[in-house]
Design a binder for this molecule. Sequence first.
Ligand SMILES: [Mn+2]
Length: 438
Amino acid sequence: MKVIHTSDWHLGHRLYGLNRHEEQTGFLNWLAEQIKTQHADVLLIAGDIFDTHNPSAEATRLYYNFLTKLHQQNPHLHTVVIGGNHDSAARLDAPREVLKALNVHVIGALPKPSSSDWSELYCPIHNAQGELQAWVVSVPYLRASDLPLTSPNEDHAIINGVKEVYRLALDGLKDKLTDNIPVILTGHCEMQKGLLSLESERSFSGYAKQSLPSDVFTALKQIKPDYVALGHLHLTQAVSDCEWIRYSGAPLPFSIAEKDYPHQVLLVEFNQGQLSSIEPLLVPQELKTQMIKIPEKESKVEDNALPLSFDEVIAELNKLPELDETVVEWKRPLLQVNVHSEHPDPNIKLRVIKVLKKKHPRLAKLTITYPKKEQQISEDTGPKTFLSDIEPNEVFKARWKSKRGVEPPSEQLALFTQLKDQAKLNIEQQESLSSSSK
Ligand SMILES: [Mn+2]
């Protein structure tokens, strides 16, 4: 039996503000091809199907078209989809009954604690001959309201609540399980000591620090899963050296920090009821947005690499290939530029944009760094000041000065004041709206 494990597609995600519909379509076409050529029996999508709770029509269409095509090409394939922290659980669940006709099993949200019927969490996998091959137990991303919190004030109450849900979900299989039938658990959660991708995963609100210890899965007494397919962390990894507890990672890059990363989905095989192998299927480089950094290396004190000055950066930018209009826009590489400047200079951005106008790469991010100023205020002198006691304009001025060594120009200060007033007005309007709708 072959299982393909993937997660964190984030359909509708924009990379540095740029639409990546073609890239995501390309990935899904490639994935459909893998499923077909590998003769996969199961596709597990471990959450974060969409990037937002309210995905665009374009992203939604991509998802449904993919599921339809998969079923047409592989009538015996079972697809299991669980909700992640980016998904709207209710939206994923809404078409559940329709999707069953395509052999797609969706669990967006955990049934309420009051509901004792968790039968939807269990998906039996039958082969073309109708023989039972495996059980998939699906636990979507758990919100605090999903947890059986016996003593909410106790330390680790949330961790214990999550552990309890996983235990109950697996134990619910007790009466159904027969010998030699593997159990696959799929979940969307953050594990302790997990490797995070820079600028990528969003911490769970409410319990950001509540990452789970691996004994959630290793210390189970009654029913132990044979494979745990996780979603949420965007880098592929095994959890605590347990090869059978895996994150597949996201299949596409989320920032320039991931430009050379081997994005993948996992091909998991079972032989005679036993987990036999886990192989990465690498997403081909040409299907992903290409990215370039100038300078190529981060400037680090230890390797004495100096950041590039404005003139050096301009010289590097001039070396970039000329714009090739025969190439579709999304295939043009994204570029991150870092300029080191002695003084604030509004011309930097304009010059960079001007040089790049006729170049092939597209500017995604421009950062300007300034020389580090000596620490002027000793931290432990004088009484402590709280941020809430200082006027926002003073915070802005101090921040500007500490970064750039000079007072902000009056024009910038005026823009900041305007922005701050608008934000204040928005908050007040929202507050008055919510108090009138209660
Ligand atoms: Mn994610």
